[in-house]
Design a protein around this ligand. Structure first.
Ligand code: HEC
Length: 115
C-alpha cells in the first residue's frame, strides 16, 4: 500500500518537474525572442538614417550626404538633440530629429556611433 502511494507521489513529482522544465524552456525561448525583437527594433530605427547616410552611417560619398560613421555615439546624440531643439539648423535634419523621442535618439546613436 505504502509503495503505491510512494509511486503516485513520485509520479506527481516528476510530472511537476516536467511541467516546470517545460515552462522554463518556454520562458527562455520567449526571452530569446524578446532579445531578437529588441535588436530588430534598434536596427530598424538606425536604418531610417540609411537612405541618406548609407548603411550603418558609412555614407554615400558621391551623393553629398555627410558621413556620420566617423562620429561617436555621444556626438551623434548631441547633434541630434541640437537639431531637435532647433539649436542647430539644417535643411532637413532639424525636421527629422523632431520625429524621434529622446530614447529613440539614444538607441540610434548607440547603434550608429563609432565603436
Ligand atoms: C533625407 C535624408 C536624411 C536622412 C533620412 C537623415 N539625414 Fe542626417 N543629414 C542629412 C543632411 C542633408 C545633413 C546635413 C545637415 C542638413 O542639411 O540638415 C545631415 C546631417 C546629419 C548629421 C550631422 C553630420 C555632421 O558631421 O555635421 C548627423 C549626426 C546626422 N545627419 C544624423 C542622422 C541620423 C542619426 C539620422 C536617422 C535618424 C539621419 N541623419 C537621417 C540628411 C539626412
Amino acid at each position: 500500500m505504502e509503495s503505491i502511494q510512494m509511486h503516485i507521489t513520485l509520479r506527481k513529482l516528476s510530472l511537476g518537474l516536467a511541467v516546470f522544465l517545460g515552462l522554463s524552456q518556454v520562458s527562455l525561448f520567449a526571452a530569446a525572442q524578446n532579445a531578437d525583437a529588441t535588436k530588430l527594433y534598434h536596427r530598424s530605427l538606425a536604418a531610417t538614417c540609411a537612405n541618406c547616410h548609407g548603411t550603418d552611417g558609412k555614407g554615400v560619398p558621391e551623393a553629398g550626404m555627410p558621413l556620420i560613421n566617423n562620429l561617436t555615439s555621444e556626438q551623434i546624440l548631441t547633434t541630434m538633440k541640437a537639431y531637435k531643439s532647433g539649436a542647430r539648423e539644417g535643411t532637413i535634419m532639424h525636421q527629422l530629429a523632431k520625429g524621434y523621442t529622446d530614447e529613440q535618439l539614444q538607441i540610434i546613436a548607440n547603434q550608429l556611433g563609432k565603436k
